[in-house]
Design a protein around this ligand. Structure first.
Ligand SMILES: Cc1cc2nc3c(=O)[nH]c(=O)nc-3n(C[C@H](O)[C@H](O)[C@H](O)COP(=O)(O)OP(=O)(O)OC[C@H]3O[C@@H](n4cnc5c(N)ncnc54)[C@H](O)[C@@H]3O)c2cc1C
Length: 455
């Protein structure tokens, strides 16, 4: 078996940015307008006014930065991983919601303390006075749109309809909020450049949405794919294979994901993210493991060979690249076997000599995929397989229950396991539980990489 080091893995186009680095950049960008406001030389007021001013500036810049996080632009999402940028988008979107919803109340709070009977009138005035009304319209829309995001699953809207509404609503909110900031903001009143900055950032935010809806599809249309085959790979999963439909460059690294759209028009936003289950050596073909879950995934059996399919990607940093692990532990739950299989196949293609441990969990034996291929891979790799079933059949020799510390401890019983990397993929709830189990076993966070099948 050839010894394999990271240098033999596919070239990394850029070194992926860690989640922590992304958070630092995010906080720096969000704080920048407030830091700049200090160079304006305005007199410092009481601590409460300064706090409200700080929160207002932070709120607007967070709102504007939400658009950059969502835009799948290479300079940010390409480096940090679109899954990570989406995670920050979702997490900080919630904090932003609280911040903005508190905003008018923070402004009138001193009145509530000094003259409570007039304070509610003051809130009402904020709605009707021309100089504050756009802010209050933005605030009201924000209230509805934040609730729509928090209760996304309960709105009854399809994901696509929800997404259109989300984009359109937030464009309206950002325009109204920017108008509010430049009308009423104290900093812009003294220094016009502060207002120019907000307007400029607002234009960029709107342009990023137009980019996603109109410019990016044009690039996707230049690289069409077609369906090769779609069959049931397990009781609940499809195994979809597509291929390039033309002569163009396309490459990816095992473990990445793409958005797929089977709509007629490339401009349709009906697209779903799925991780690639094949290794790059299978190109021009690409395969996916897709679990039947809802409207879209349960209709995949209707796909016809030759039918065209649009692909946006590859995205994501759930890969072997730029790592120096002495061993690899792959932990898959359900359809999470997709990218894990991509990585395993890649290791097999390279006859990697490092210890590889696969812990693969499902509810029932009928949901297990690739059992024969694992046997073949065992002849190429130092691969140990640990199957886990919640509802095992009689005579099942694997582990019963979940991917717990017991089965993980067995799999990593090796003197060098401190220098191994751990790749987790599955539904968010499974990823969180397994990551917790790894932490209980004192596995360093730096050694854990994960992909959740959901943002
Ligand atoms: C990075 C990433 C990689 C993924 N890889 C795989 C994979 O390899 N195999 C697999 O089976 N599943 C994967 N998923 C999950 C998959 O995208 C959803 O299961 C699928 O989109 C569900 O669509 P549906 O209409 O059938 O189900 P629905 O019942 O409509 O949706 C179920 C849930 O999936 C999410 N979802 C639905 N549509 C979208 C969308 N267009 N974009 C983002 N999320 C959506 C929503 O949270 C929704 O609540 C991945 C998700 C992400 C974020």
């Amino acid at each position: 078996m050839a010894a394999t080091s990271d240098s033999t893995l596919p070239a990394v186009k850029r070194s992926p940015m860690s989640y922590k680095t992304l958070l630092v950049i995010y906080l720096a960008m969000v704080l920048l307008p407030w830091v700049l406001s200090y160079f304006e030389g305005l007199a410092v007021r009481g601590w409460y006014e300064e706090l409200v001013s700080f929160l207002s500036i932070i709120g607007l810049s967070m709102m504007l930065f939400q658009f950059a996080l969502n835009a799948r632009v290479d300079s940010l999402a390409g480096r940090a991983g679109v899954d990570n940028t989406m995670r920050v988008h979702t997490k900080f979107g919630e904090y932003l919601g609280y911040l903005i919803l508190l905003h008018p109340f923070l402004i009138v709070l001193p009145r509530f303390i000094v003259a409570p009977s007039f304070a509610l009138d003051d809130v009402w005035d904020l709605f009707i006075q021309p100089e504050t009304s756009t802010g209050m319209y933005a605030w009201s829309l924000m209230l509805v749109w934040v609730l729509m995001s928090v209760f996304k699953e309960k709105t009854g809207l399809s994901y696509e309809a929800w997404r259109y509404a989300h984009s359109a609503g937030f464009i309206a909110i950002i325009i109204l909020a920017t108008h509010h900031a430049v009308t009423i903001g104290r900093h812009g009143r003294y220094n016009a450049w502060f207002d120019v900055m907000w307007i400029f950032l607002c234009i960029i935010a709107v342009a990023l949405v137009l980019y996603i809806y109109f410019i990016r599809p044009l690039a996707i249309a230049k690289k069409p794919f077609k369906v090769v085959d779609c069959h049931k790979g397990s009781a609940n999963d499809w195994y979809l294979t597509i291929a390039k439909d033309g002569d163009f460059n396309f490459d990816f690294v095992a473990g990445q994901f793409t958005w797929l759209s089977t709509s007629k028009s490339v401009f349709s936003r009906s697209e779903h993210p799925f991780s690639i289950a094949s290794s790059p050596s299978a190109l021009p073909q690409i395969s996916y493991v897709i679990r039947e879950l809802g409207d879209y995934t349960s209709q995949l059996g209707k796909l016809k060979p030759g039918q065209h399919i649009w692909l946006d990607g590859p995205h994501g940093v759930f890969t072997l690249n730029a790592r120096n692990a002495k061993g690899i532990v792959l932990l898959a739950g359900g359809a999470g076997i997709g990218p894990i299989m991509g990585i395993l196949r890649e290791l097999g293609d390279r006859s990697d000599s490092r210890p590889v441990r696969l812990i693969y969990g499902n509810r029932t034996i009928e949901q297990m995929m690739f059992l024969e291929e694992f046997d073949t891979l065992q002849s190429k790799l130092d691969l140990q397989l640990h199957l886990v079933l919640e509802q095992p059949p009689k005579n099942f020799e694997g582990h019963k229950g979940f991917i717990d510390t017991q089965v993980i401890s067995r799999a990593i019983d090796h003197p060098e396991h401190d220098c191994w990397d751990f790749y987790i993929c599955g539904p968010p709830i499974m990823v969180k539980a397994v990551a917790k189990n790894l932490q209980k076993l004192s596995i360093s966070n730096d050694r854990i990489l994960y992909e959740q099948l959901g943002f």
